[in-house]
Design a protein around this ligand. Sequence first.
Ligand code: SF4
Ligand code: SF4
Length: 445
Amino acid sequence: MSILPQVLFLLLFSVAGFILYKRIKTIRQMIFLGRPEQRNDQKGERWKTMGLIAFGQKKMFKRVGPAILHLMIYVAFIIINIEVLEFITDGLSGSHRAFAPFLGSSYVVAMNIFEFLAFAALVSCVAFLIRRNITKVPRLRMGELKGWPELDANLILWIEILLVSAILTMNATDQVLAERGVAGYQLVEGLFFSSLIQPLFTTFGDTSLVVLERFAWWFHIVGILGFAIYITYSKHMHIFLAFPNTWYSNLKPKGEMKNMPEVTQEVKLMLGIQEEGGAQESPSEIARFGAKDVNDLSWINMMNAFSCTECGRCTAECPANITGKKLSPRKIMMDTRDRAEEVMENINNGGKGLDDGKALLGDHISKEEINACTSCNACVEACPINIDPLDIILQLRRYVAMEESGSPAQWNAMFQNIETSFAPWKFPPTDRFKWADKLKDQEAK
Ligand code: SF4
Ligand code: SF4
């Protein structure tokens, strides 16, 4: 027997593994363009959040129809990959259905589960294609999705359809060959879904069927390896990143804003308060206030950007977007990822990295967009994997306000009032209770 298929398989597997390793390394580098941030507290709560939101898809079930379709694809993806273990064993050893003799009747049960999931995923992908391209859900037709994002979303559905079709074709042709007693094929009685399409192949000759069965087998395994590499270039990285992303969720109550350590430090310096156990940075050494570019954001912000599925649930709930403002929280996440990729490309091409004369703020995200945000947190609440676009918006706005004094004039007046009168209105704090004094006077009369 020729060992060429095994050699080819090993080669393919090694090349795909190497490309995947390089890509994962690059994505890690892009995420860690962001500055350090510690978020390891409340571990129990974090595991629970990840279990409910990422594994349990809790937030997806706010809309039951799409949630069930998504769940089918998700479960199929996880469970069918168990079958890939048999593919790998067969590919490396030159066997066929290597697990069948060991698993006995359980093998048929497992195969039927795989076939059911393959069929359910196929139906779900077709439904999603219809929803995206024919019924035209508004949040899936917005301007920021034009070009690659739209193509990516459609491509992935077609790839999944082809991959699961290959499983069913492979099983159907394999069983027709087994029934004919062709050497190397073993009968697995009771495969329900593939038996439905078996009649399509009964008129084929043995040689054509073997070619078709082998083609479907190779197509599936090459497809899975290609798919694994492809998703690292696609919005589908959420398949993996949703888990760490939800683990590192912001567990603070929504609306509680983070103090800026740089400001706290500067105030302490001004008041002469010494940090415990060490020298303090002088104001000239203090990092930039707020964020202008991706390296000013935290690595968690960056991971958020690479986890975004571009579903647009955030934008559909955003009051600024609904009332016609330029802001789309989905675009904020997409722009952050695009800028990280741009910087990485600069680095890989021996270029200037972050010093390319561009920045996230200005070249990707405009002041008009960030100024339209009401800080309502609706986008954070809507996101199925707890992404926080507001955190990025606030950091960009802090940069504009504190480094450029570039906020709208009305805001600057308000900031000044807060600084001098401790309230947004231009009343001295001593006058604040005058309204109550008037009431007291009226009561006394
Ligand atoms: S926090 Fe800002 S971006 Fe998010 S939904 Fe509210 S207005 Fe839109
Ligand atoms: S931030 Fe969340 S809700 Fe918004 S597009 Fe990305 S995944 Fe969807």
